[in-house]
Each structure stands twice: as structure tokens, then as C-alpha cells.
Design a protein around this ligand. Structure first.
Ligand code: PBG
Length: 326
């Protein structure tokens, strides 16, 4: 008798494939990144991220409600200020666009979802770096930590449930945790962008936040060549008090997600970033790939690698597709 073993038996019908599927992303595990731009009166498209917009404060509130109704797990907010300065003061101003938007969204959807905020200075600084600079133009780690502590307090006071420090400064989680504890924000959680690579795939995000950056972030974000360094970053962040850790980007770093998930006992998130999204949208717009299948295949792969939370610009649409039993 040959073949003696026939794996195709379990692939024969949609019903049996559904029965034996090992990985099934769920809407509740998806987090939608959202942009809010100061001074807008309505949503403004982002050309390199078709389907994603810069929101006005009003349109953000409405979109947040829709996202909650779609059953996704959370929202990650990014602010785009109208003016920037050397130290990113709009990031710590309680009335700055991001802090105002956190307040808006929390008052609109409250505890029906998890409201997260990006904690980084790059959207707020005139030079576009994730921290403040020394007189000779280097990103000053320890001076930046003081700004992050203030930003954490502003975001916690605005009501964010989870803070997402994404600047890759050494010691950022410890400093933020300590500032939160001292101010009595003991319930505010920290999702550390523990592993963040200096990636070419952030391109469209730069348009989304109107980035002014010249040069690159290679002196603080990680070299794509390194995996062991990622495990070291994760261990440090957990020791400093991270409640969850994230790997970013997602699809080009599935091995990193897998290694991190094997190592830690906190929830592991992955961020499917702007360039990952844009590639699929562009190919689909040309008729080169099946868009919906490509979206769900990517999410399934990221989930299979070990991320139990996925940040994706497709969160709402993917939730709808998953619900249809796609
Ligand atoms: C930094 C930040 C970036 C992204 C999320 N947080 C940009 C960067 O580090 O250059 C990128 C997200 C994406 O590309 O979708 N505040």
C-alpha cells in the first residue's frame, strides 16, 4: 500500500480544514493604530497608506466607536501636532493633540476597549528624532528619559490604559514605570516596543505623521542582522517592569517573534507596520495578489510565530473577515 500516510485527507473539504486549523487569529487580539492630526476638520487620506487616514479629533471619536463595535481588542493612538520644537513640548502638554485625543477616546469608549498611546518624541520634535539632541546633534539618551517620564505622566493623566514606549532609549521602561508609580498611576500598564528594528518598512508611517527626520535611527533602533540582541532587549524591559513586550516590524521578523515568545512569560505583541500594509495594498491594487487572502495569511503567520496580540492597520476589516469565517 502506497502512500501509507495521506495528509491530504485532512485538507479535503473546507469543514475539515476548519476543524484541524491550528492557528486562528481572533478579532480580540487585534489592535488598530490610529492617527490624529491637530487642526483638521475631517479625516485626511494618507496616500502611501490607502484606506488609512489622519483623523480630526471628531472623526477619531467616531472611528474609535466603530472599531469597538467591530470587536477588536484595542486602539493605539498617534498624535500629529501642528507645530514642533527641539524638545517636543507638544508631547507633554496636557492639551497637546495626543493627550487631548486620549482624553476624547477614553471618554467616548471608556473601558469597552483598551486605549493605548505611542510614547515617543519623534512626532513632536522639529528634527524628527525620537529623543532630544546633544549640542553636537546626537540623540541624548538620559535627557530623553526625563522627557519620556513627563510624557508618561501626561498620557496616564489623560486616561490611557496602556503606554507604548517606542523610542528605544536605554532604561526607558524603568524610568517610565518609576514615574508612574510615584504619581500613583499604579494601574497604567506598559507595552514595551522592546524589539524595534531600524527598518525600511516604516516609510509610509513617516508620511502619516509628517515626519521631518533627516538621516536615520540606526544609533537607537536595532540592526536587522541581530536576534540575540533582541532577546537581551526583551529581558531588560521585563526586568524594568514591562507588562507586555512587542516585536516590530512583524512579517520580516517572524523568527524573532518566535524566539521571544519561547523565552518570556508576558504577552507578546507584534506590530505589522506601515510598509507591510502598503506592499499588500499596492500589489492588490495592481491585481497581482488576492488582497483579503494576503491580509489573513499574514495575520495567521504572525500569530503562528507566537504573537498573541497584533497591531495592524487592517484590524477592523480583518475582524470582519474573521467573523464571516473567512
Ligand atoms: C515611533 C514609531 C514609528 C512607528 C511606530 N512608532 C516610526 C519609527 O520608528 O520610525 C512606525 C509604525 C509603522 O511604520 O507603521 N514613534
Amino acid at each position: 500500500m502506497f502512500p501509507a500516510v495521506r495528509p491530504r485527507r485532512l485538507r479535503r473539504t473546507p469543514a475539515i480544514r476548519r476543524l484541524v486549523a491550528e492557528t486562528r487569529p481572533a478579532p480580540a487580539e487585534l489592535v488598530l493604530p490610529m492617527f490624529v492630526r491637530e487642526g483638521l476638520t475631517g479625516p485626511r487620506p494618507i496616500s502611501s497608506l490607502p484606506g488609512v487616514v489622519q483623523h480630526s479629533r471628531d472623526s477619531l471619536r467616531k472611528a474609535a466607536v466603530e472599531a469597538v463595535q467591530a470587536g477588536i481588542g484595542g486602539l493605539m493612538l498617534f498624535g500629529v501636532p501642528a507645530t514642533r520644537d527641539e524638545c517636543g513640548s507638544a508631547g507633554t502638554d496636557p492639551d497637546g493633540i495626543l493627550n487631548a485625543a486620549i482624553r476624547d477616546v477614553v471618554s467616548e469608549v471608556g473601558d469597552a476597549t483598551v486605549v493605548m498611546s505611542d510614547l515617543c518624541l519623534d512626532e513632536f520634535t522639529s528634527h524628527g528624532h525620537c529623543g532630544v539632541l546633544t549640542p553636537d546633534g546626537e540623540v541624548d539618551n538620559d535627557a530623553t528619559l526625563r522627557r519620556y517620564a513627563d510624557m508618561a505622566l501626561a498620557q496616564a493623566e489623560a486616561g490611557a490604559h496602556v503606554l507604548g514606549p517606542s523610542g528605544m532609549m536605554d532604561g526607558q521602561i524603568g524610568v517610565i514605570r518609576e514615574a508612574l508609580e510615584e504619581a500613583g498611576h499604579t494601574d497604567t500598564a506598559v507595552l514595551a516596543y522592546a524589539v524595534k528594528y531600524a527598518s525600511a518598512f516604516y516609510g509610509p508611517f513617516r508620511e502619516a505623521v509628517e515626519s521631518t527626520l533627516e538621516g536615520d535611527r540606526k544609533s537607537y533602533q536595532q540592526d536587522p542582522a541581530n536576534l540575540r540582541e533582541a532577546l537581551r532587549e526583551v529581558a531588560l524591559d521585563i526586568a524594568e517592569g514591562a507588562d507586555m513586550v512587542m516585536v516590530k516590524p512583524a512579517l520580516p521578523y517572524l523568527d524573532v517573534i518566535s524566539a521571544v515568545a519561547a523565552e518570556v512569560d508576558v504577552p507578546v505583541a507584534a506590530y505589522q507596520i506601515s510598509g507591510e500594509y502598503a506592499m499588500v495594498e499596492a500589489a492588490a491594487a495592481n491585481g497581482w495578489i488576492d488582497r483579503e487572502r494576503a491580509i489573513l495569511e499574514q495575520l495567521t503567520s504572525i500569530r503562528r510565530a507566537g504573537a498573541q496580540i497584533i497591531l495592524t492597520y487592517w484590524a477592523v476589516e480583518a475582524a470582519q473577515l474573521l467573523r464571516k469565517g473567512y
